[in-house]
Design a protein around this ligand. Structure first.
Ligand SMILES: *Cc1c(COP(=O)(O)O)cnc(C)c1O
Length: 366
């Protein structure tokens, strides 16, 4: 089992795209069951029967018509990932990651988390009969702790941030030889996360949005979206320019925004990281350089919004559209408003916001 390159960088799965192109087409897809395993040629399982699944369904794309009119962007859409198992986008990563771990014969894994990933991996591990060892900052949303312990995972709370949790996990893995399921330290979580892009491209009838706004913590979602779109392009299912990606972070933890501004290829650890949008409280991401590469490749950008702003837009989406997004999802609208004001987003462009989870998980935020 290989986790990282010998140089310490993440490994990315590669597929025989020529072979995949023979069976992965608009028409064959149209005839398949819904759910993320429909993209099987571009997913890492050797045998589909090894999958661990709750019957994940495609998440809706909702037209934010009234909000769009208010802010001046007509084609404003939200992909609402809160309908996935465990109510966050992390289910995609866990579905692929735990399935592949089971296929590889893993009996126990360990991972650091800001909360939602731990919750999702615990649930999938319970279903797979694999032991989950989760390390989480004490400040993470209380519901995330309960989700882990009640589904039978072994939970350790730590002081500090996910970076401190990561150090504890590294020690545990060295001591017990558990499978390392840390973000980007195994190549399969990102494969699950990338299915969000296959899905929205299909839902948008194979047309791409102009702009995608993603609340960026470890950045796996964005790296996954980029990887998926490159694979679709290589297979010949999409053409033309890719959407411009926007990585949005909280002003309380914005290492990627800072690196982007300074034109750096990597970020520096953000001191005293702190934001109510806990899922994006990542002071230094292992895949930061991949996020920055994806932004550069698409003429994208990175932007920070304050906690006040993102809480305000979270409430605004709920009161205007009826969707209770998570604070991280709120941040995407705050970013879109700022970028429109700056003239970076034009009024006739199609903008896709990604809501990564349910607001129900953070009742203390509203
Ligand atoms: C994990 C998480 C994010 C950030 O996702 P990355 O792919 O790690 O950047 C955003 N929002 C929520 C709710 C999350 O749980």
């Amino acid at each position: 089992m290989q986790h990282l390159c010998t140089c310490g960088a993440p490994l990315l799965a590669r597929y025989d795209l020529e072979r995949a192109a023979r069976t992965f087409s608009r028409t064959t897809l149209a005839a398949r069951d819904s759910g993320l395993w429909r993209y099987t040629e571009l997913l890492p399982l050797r045998e589909l029967r090894n999958r661990v699944t709750f019957g994940e369904q495609p998440t809706p794309i909702v037209h934010l018509q009234r909000t769009g009119l208010q802010i001046g962007v007509q084609s404003l859409f939200l992909k609402d990932e809160s309908t996935l198992p465990t109510a966050s986008f992390k289910a995609r990563g866990a579905a692929a990651g735990v399935s592949r771990a089971r296929e590889l014969g893993v009996r126990a894994f360990a991972m650091p988390t800001n909360g939602n990933a731990g919750a999702a991996w615990s649930a999938y591990a319970a279903r797979a009969g694999i032991a989950a060892h989760i390390v989480m900052p004490r400040a993470a949303p209380p519901i995330n702790r309960l989700e882990c312990t009640a589904s039978g995972a072994h939970l350790t709370l730590c002081e500090g941030t996910i970076a401190d949790a990561g150090r504890i996990v590294a020690g545990e893995i060295a001591a017990h030889r558990w499978y390392d399921a840390s973000t980007l330290k195994e190549p399969y979580r990102i494969e699950g996360k990338k299915t969000i892009a296959f899905e929205f491209v299909e839902q948008m009838h194979w047309r791409l949005p102009d702009v995608i706004v993603y609340p960026t913590g470890g950045g796996v979602g964005l790296i996954g979206i980029h990887k998926a779109l490159l694979e679709l392009r290589a297979i010949g299912l999409i053409e033309g320019p890719l959407p411009r990606y926007v990585a949005v972070q909280s002003a309380g933890c914005a290492p990627i925004v800072e690196a982007f501004k300074q034109g750096k290829r990597e970020s520096s650890a953000w001191p005293d990281a702190n934001t109510v949008a806990f899922g994006i409280n990542v002071p230094k991401a292992l895949g930061d350089f991949l996020v920055l590469e994806a932004l550069a490749a698409t003429q994208g950008t990175a932007i920070a919004v304050s906690d006040e702003q993102l809480l305000e837009t979270q409430r605004r989406i709920f009161s205007t559209e009826g969707i209770f997004v998570c604070p991280e999802g709120g941040a995407t609208l705050a970013a879109a408003i700022d970028l429109f004001a700056q003239g970076w987003i034009q009024k006739d462009e199609t903008v896709l916001l990604i809501n990564t989870g349910s607001g129900l998980k953070y009742p203390e935020a509203v």
